[in-house]
Each structure stands twice: as structure tokens, then as C-alpha cells.
Ligand binder design. Structure first.
Ligand code: AGP
Length: 371
């Protein structure tokens, strides 16, 4: 009923607007009075974490894309090598794992068969498994050595939204906790990064306040046959996730690319009028901003219609954006928390305009309990 959906037409839309709270809840109680980061329910001793020399993240779908963002954060902040692998591929390639490997299994439902099988395989090779999960007492945390629970609350829409954002938060917390335990040079910056994280619910709110402009864009594109998504660095998984949302809900051909790969093939797809959604990295030291801009120029020169997501104050993007959606100024590693929001809104509204059932897309199940 409409009441269950808080007056929204879909659970998905309700869940999109719950994200400021979901992110805030996932951050509650993570710092001691003395400012130390704590992950109480995690049950992995600091010594065990210090011994970890390689992390392998396993997940499916949206959770896999959260894992891709996690790789950027964990490697940058902790200098521990991270691989990210689709759970359905992992155990079939004879992966190299032992007792110093930490497996991080990310799953909203905690019941995904591919992920569960991958965990069983990893544990049989003596690896430690840490689950990041939204569902208390589900199979994946029960079969893992440790767990970080996300606090999204129940997610009903088949397309994951608040599940994704809270997974990102859990991954950032894990990365920062490891930096604290390992004493990397980022150890001193944990406070500052935590403050930036704690400011995110407000930033998410700001982006959601601009929903109407995104809805209008989505409706204007309702008859398109294909949409491309471009990103770089932490914006690359955002592009992949934006494309997945559109496939799932609007049944459209949608593909995400790392913008640097364009010239290696995908640019051949660009033709007059093709909508291309571009996640522009924040400006700043070592930023890929300039490189992203040249990628955007290249697709536009070939007729693409560019919809750019760029931070407030970034005027250099203006000449190359047919449409511009503003994002708050946040550090590049945290940008996925705000950059994905317009893409969720876009897919939800476009599917609605096409008359699809957004909460129950064809051929899909909320949790995939068969391999
Ligand atoms: C996302 O919108 C999906 N419907 C799907 O890709 C999902 O993320 C995937 O099946 C993994 O589910 P899990 O997080 O519950 O393991």
C-alpha cells in the first residue's frame, strides 16, 4: 500500500530517499570517546588483521560494485593488496588463498548462493572470512568468521539502493579500521576522514533535493534504445552500477565503461544523439578530472548527448555538458556515495515512464539462492 511506501509509488523510491538515514545509522557508535575507531561486532582480533597480507572481496551484482570501490579505498588507506572477484567465478579458478588471506564477502541479503559457495571454498582453504551484510542471522554471516552489519533496514525493491550505500560505508570503515590497526600513514587522518563520512548524510540529502531535475531528464530519455555510462577511479564502479540499474528496471541496453578505455573500442558505439552519463571526478591534486574531460569531449565530438555529474563550482565542465547535474564537493574516494544517487533516480523514473514494475522487474529475484 501507499502507506507502507511512505506515500511513494515504489519501495525503490522510498528506499532511495531513506539513504541519508541509512548512511547515518551505519556510522553510529563507530568511534570511542577518545576518537578511536571501533567495529564491535566484528570479532576479528587486531593481531589477525595485522597478519593479513592479501584481501579478496567476493560478491555479485551491486555488492560487487561496492567491492570495486572498496578496493580503491582499502589499497589507498592501508597499502594491503586487494582483489575483487565475482563470487560465481571465484572458486572455479583455483584461487591462491591461505590463512593470511582475508576474504571479504559482501551481500545485502546474506543468502546469495554464489557468494555462500565461495565462502565455503575459501574457508576450506583456511582463509578468514569477514561478511558485510544487511540481514541479521542470515546464512552468509552465520558461515563467516566475522561480520560487519550494515544498517540499511529491510530493502524490498529488487534493485539495491540503500543496500549499496551502506555497503560502501562498511567498506570505508573496514579500510579505516585496518589503517588504524596497521598504523599506516593514513592512521593520522582517520579523524578527518570520519568527519567527512559523517557529513555525507547531509550531502546525500542535498542531491536528493534535486530529484525533480533528474526525473525530467529521465522522462526526456524514455524512448532511447541505449545509454552509456562513463567514470574513472572510484567513479568507474558508479558507472557500472548506474548501467546495471537501468538494465534491471528499464530493460534498456546500458553499459558502463572506464573512460580511459573508450579509445580501445567502446567509442565505436557512439552515434548521433546517444545519451552518455559521465561521472566527473572532483578536481584536486592527482585528479583524473582533466583526463575525464577529454573523454567527454571525444564522445561529444562524435554526436553523443552528454549528461554530466560534476561537483559544485566545477565550471570547466560546462562547455561539454548538454545537461549538468551538480554534486556536493567531497573527496574522490567518497564521491560514489553521492554520484550514484542521480543514476538511481534516473533509472527509477525512466522505468516508471515506460510503465514497468520498478519493485519487481521481469526475470529477477531479490535474492538469488540458486547457483
Ligand atoms: C542489484 O540491484 C541486484 N538486484 C543484484 O545485482 C544484487 O546486488 C546481487 O544479486 C547480490 O545480492 P546480495 O547483495 O543480496 O548478495
Amino acid at each position: 500500500s501507499a502507506a507502507e511506501k511512505d506515500g511513494h509509488d515504489w519501495f525503490m523510491r522510498k528506499e532511495i530517499f531513506e539513504q541519508p538515514r541509512a548512511v547515518a545509522d551505519s556510522l553510529i557508535g563507530r568511534r570511542t570517546a577518545a576518537g578511536q575507531l571501533q567495529l564491535d561486532e566484528m570479532r576479528l582480533a587486531d593481531e589477525e588483521l595485522r597478519d593479513v597480507d592479501k584481501i579478496i572481496i567476493i560478491a555479485c551484482g551491486t555488492s560487487f560494485y561496492a567491492g570495486m570501490v572498496a578496493k580503491y579505498a582499502i589499497e589507498h588507506w592501508t597499502r594491503t593488496p586487494v582483489e575483487v572477484e565475482l563470487a560465481s567465478e571465484f572458486r572455479y579458478r583455483d584461487p591462491i588463498i591461505d590463512s593470511t588471506t582475508l576474504i571479504v564477502a559482501i551481500s545485502q541479503s546474506g543468502e546469495t548462493a554464489d557468494t555462500l559457495q565461495a565462502i565455503r571454498h575459501a574457508r576450506s582453504q583456511r582463509a578468514k572470512v569477514l561478511a558485510i551484510c544487511n540481514t541479521n542471522g542470515s546464512s552468509i554471516p552465520r558461515e563467516s568468521d566475522a561480520v560487519i552489519y550494515t544498517h540499511a533496514g529491510p530493502e524490498i525493491g529488487v534493485a539495491s539502493t540503500k543496500g549499496f550505500l551502506t555497503q560502501l560505508v562498511a567498506c570505508y570503515l573496514l579500510a579505516l579500521y585496518m589503517a588504524q590497526v596497521k598504523g599506516t600513514r593514513f592512521g593520522d587522518e582517520i579523524d578527518e576522514i570520519m568527519e567527512q563520512l559523517e557529513a555525507m548524510p547531509g550531502h546525500i540529502e542535498t542531491v536528493l533535493e534535486g530529484a525533480d531535475a533528474v526525473y525530467e531528464l529521465a522522462r526526456a530519455h524514455a524512448t532511447t534504445r541505449s545509454v552509456l555510462f562513463l567514470g574513472r577511479h572510484a567513479g568507474y564502479p558508479v558507472a557500472l552500477e548506474g548501467a546495471l540499474k537501468l538494465k534491471e528496471l528499464a530493460y534498456l541496453h546500458a553499459e558502463g565503461f572506464a573512460a580511459g578505455e573508450l579509445k580501445h573500442g567502446p567509442i565505436a558505439l557512439v552515434e548521433e544523439g546517444l545519451p552518455v552519463l559521465c561521472v566527473v571526478p572532483p578536481k584536486g591534486r592527482d585528479s583524473l578530472h582533466g583526463k575525464m574531460l577529454s573523454g567527454i569531449q571525444e564522445v561529444r565530438a562524435r554526436g553523443a548527448r552528454t549528461i554530466c555529474l560534476a561537483e559544485a563550482g566545477d565550471t570547466s565542465i560546462e562547455p561539454y555538458a548538454d545537461d549538468l547535474i551538480r554534486l556536493p564537493k567531497v573527496p574522490v574516494l567518497l564521491q560514489p556515495l553521492v554520484a550514484i544517487l542521480p543514476l538511481q533516480l534516473f533509472a527509477c523514473e525512466l522505468a516508471t515512464a515506460l510503465g514497468h514494475d520498478v519493485d519487481q522487474p521481469r526475470n529477477l529475484a531479490k535474492s538469488v539462492t540458486v547457483e
